[in-house]
Write a protein that binds this ligand. Structure first.
Ligand code: ZN
Length: 203
């Protein structure tokens, strides 16, 4: 797939070859479904098994909040708000200092440092990009919700492009200095399968 409006010296990154098909999610008995502020929707599950604790799990853009069934509506709403706020905070780009991370990772894996690294909120089809002429790296803000070791992989991947263009053997020799590279690629493949927006353009 060809990417449109691509500066010649940057490329649409491809962290893995083909998006994999999504595993169908197991059916869960949802009791209430309600809209929540972006970036996820909330599904409230009232559990008779759960006695004292509230659980929350974010999966495929749905935050499932499980509350004991004895809770009244006010208490449930309280927990939905509380859990949503926690996850929003966790998913925010504010929690990650990209420049600091890039410096640390460049030092650790002996890779070049970018002249600039920043979040991009307009990258709907790519996880990261590298502009060779300026040494600028952009990271999709969708990654902020992913585990740190996955974000680190994408940063390392782009740092490697400061040294090697394209995805030949030389590139992978560098990129696999990051020990969890393969695992992170698997994670990103699964995410791409989960969500149409997470596909990749070919470089
Ligand atoms: Zn790449």
């Amino acid at each position: 797939m060809a990417a449109a409006r691509k500066p010649v010296d940057s490329f649409s990154d491809e962290l893995f070859p083909e998006p994999a098909a999504a595993e169908p999610a197991a059916a869960e008995p949802a009791v209430v479904e309600q809209a929540a502020p972006e970036p996820f929707t909330v599904e409230l599950v009232r559990s008779t098994r759960r006695k004292r604790t509230v659980g929350a799990e974010l999966r495929n853009g749905v935050l499932k909040v499980t509350v004991p069934s004895w809770m009244n509506a006010t208490e449930q709403a309280h927990w939905v708000d509380k859990m949503s706020a926690g996850f929003r905070r966790k998913m925010s780009t504010d929690r990650i200092d990209l420049a600091h991370r890039a410096t640390t990772l460049a030092r650790r894996y002996q890779l070049p440092r970018p002249s600039e690294i920043r979040w991009a909120d307009d990258m709907t089809s790519r996880w990261g990009s590298c502009t060779y002429s300026t040494g600028t790296i952009r990271i999709s803000n969708r990654l902020a919700a992913f585990p740190d070791w996955v974000i680190d992989y994408v940063i390392v991947h782009e740092l490697c492009h400061l040294e090697v263009r394209g995805h030949g053997p030389d590139f992978w020799r560098l990129a696999t200095r990051y020990p969890k590279a393969e695992r992170a690629i698997g994670y990103l493949i699964a995410k791409a399968g989960d969500d149409d927006n997470h596909g990749f353009d070919d470089g």
